[in-house]
Ligand binder design. Sequence first.
Ligand SMILES: NC(=O)c1ccc[n+]([C@@H]2O[C@H](COP(=O)([O-])OP(=O)(O)OC[C@H]3O[C@@H](n4cnc5c(N)ncnc54)[C@H](OP(=O)(O)O)[C@@H]3O)[C@@H](O)[C@H]2O)c1
Length: 269
Amino acid sequence: MTRTVVTGGTGRLGGALRPRLLDAGHEVRATSTSPPADGDVEWVTIDLRDGTGIADAVADADVVVHTASAPQGDSEAVDVEGTKRLLDAADDAGVSNFLYISIVGIDEIPFSYYEHKLAAERAIESSPVPSTILRATQFHSFVDGVLGTVSRLPVWPLPTKIRIQPVSVGEVADILVEHATPEPAGRLPDVGGPEVKTVGELATSYRRARGKRRPIVRLPIPGSVAGAFRAGKATCPDRAVGTVTWDAWLDEQYGPGESGATNPSATPS
Ligand SMILES: NC(=O)c1ccc[n+]([C@@H]2O[C@H](COP(=O)([O-])OP(=O)(O)OC[C@H]3O[C@@H](n4cnc5c(N)ncnc54)[C@H](OP(=O)(O)O)[C@@H]3O)[C@@H](O)[C@H]2O)c1
């Protein structure tokens, strides 16, 4: 039985990985800074920021699937330095395959979180620990969270021209589980959802699915980061291997929206 550690076991991706790894017959240990009291797997408290619990978390592990991340926090401490700490512990523990989930376009978008993800990738690639790296586009559930926050406003100010390619977190988890073996695969082909959409199109579908009618207004964001997103640098249309569209995901999540509320002509440009 493969002993597999999932860092960030409480996260969107970590939560999708746990049941899939169990179904695939893995012995699963999951980590969190604040684990749930019970559950289907062994939980270990770690903090990548200061190294708490890392050696215990990876002791005896065959495979580590590293999904823990702090995009809204100190991502240099957690994603870069924390990943290096985790790699050192994985090396000491003789881990056979260190899987890392990364993001499509991080080397072309000068966004500080992405720069930290890229530094983490480079630390993994230069480590003696055998590894597998998968870059994915944005998860549906992540886009849903962002739009959910904006949807509380009376008017939705959004960078409508930014292009992204939402993907099912479950399909990303399936690929990682397939590679959660003692055989490292290096850098895997990128994975993206089935369609590239503008934020304006995504928000229009979201508004329909939630039965809302608030206006979507274009928020012009200057600068190279937004420019790179508008240019589609976070997408991989040649790797549109995901099968779940944004509209299908919304219908699954919220049920079919109000009939007749979808009006393509109302999509902001
Ligand atoms: N979200 C996306 O659309 C997307 C797309 C492509 C790739 N990715 C990558 O996929 C990974 C997972 O994303 P996600 O959306 O599932 O993230 P998430 O839901 O924000 O989960 C992040 C996880 O990191 C853990 N964590 C945060 N700070 C930590 C610390 N100091 N020490 C240890 N653990 C810590 C959290 O655990 P606790 O809070 O329980 O401690 C949580 O389980 C990230 O590396 C991300 O870059 C995400």
